[in-house]
Design a protein around this ligand. Sequence first.
Ligand code: PBG
Length: 325
Amino acid sequence: MNLPYRPRRLRRGETLRRMVRETTLTTDDLILPLFVTYGKGVNKPIKSMPGHSQLSVDYIKKEAKEIRSLGIPAVILFGIPEHKDETGSSAFDPGGPVQEAIKAVKDKTPELLVITDVCMCEYTSHGHCGIIKNKDVDNDATLELLSREALSHAESGADIVAPSDMMDGRVAAIRDILDDNGFTNIPIMSYAAKYASAFYGPFREAAESTPQFGDRRSYQMDPGNTDEALREVALDIEEGADIVMVKPALPYLDIITRIKTEFKFPVAAYNVSGEFSMIKAAAEKGWLDGDRAMMESLMSIKRSGADMILTYFAKEAARLLHKQR
Ligand code: PBG
């Protein structure tokens, strides 16, 4: 049969497919989350996230070298402090695990960018992302704590701060304190559209940050909303966000696309713990090919419009990408 256009012509062989591929994933797209704990010589595997551990600073240093050698440009740090209290005061302890890890990484591997997660939930005894008043997180009182935490990260040498708490006005508060203290060049990556999601389950084991009562639905977004995501992003950009994030990634690809199209700002997508663990669990059972599912997921996040992807797959994906070249 004579057909003017046969789409299959351009699918013949990997070289041709490579030439017409519209989206390519590179190691430059990847950011690896790391969990830093207190003490020395600690490498405590996280059961629900195979291949990931809580690491003390000495291990973080080694890990950073490997990450850099794989060509991954950045890490994002989460802290597990020795002490938790009602107000999460160890979040801005200059000797805290995150602060010490920043110094260690910047000292040993200065070209590896260090992003820090700015939030209270890992530091509060109740596990919520701010100060509790009348059984709810008090927005405005929490802003001061978040700003102090962000400043403490900047003072320790963080390259980018990333508030993930979802309080109103936090980007402005953080921009203010950074600028007042001479950190005008430190970018803010805001978790702008962060949904109240079941896919954070394994992370809460990893970061020991499960809320002790209630849930996060009074501050994280409702999964049914799209327009609201645009309002959140507009607000954060107005307040000074340099990079805006959508989280989780795979169940919210439409949000990534809409934000990229409407704002033309750098968009980060967080391929969260549950998205990682689902693939790992299914692969372990032999129900799917883990490597292929990983690469397809990351590719689809990039294709949807993300400029960078925070992912627990970063090292595995980087290794595969190097092999393919
Ligand atoms: C802290 C925070 C969470 C994640 C990143 N920062 C957990 C939460 O909001 O409950 C989740 C990351 C993941 O699941 O990989 N607020």
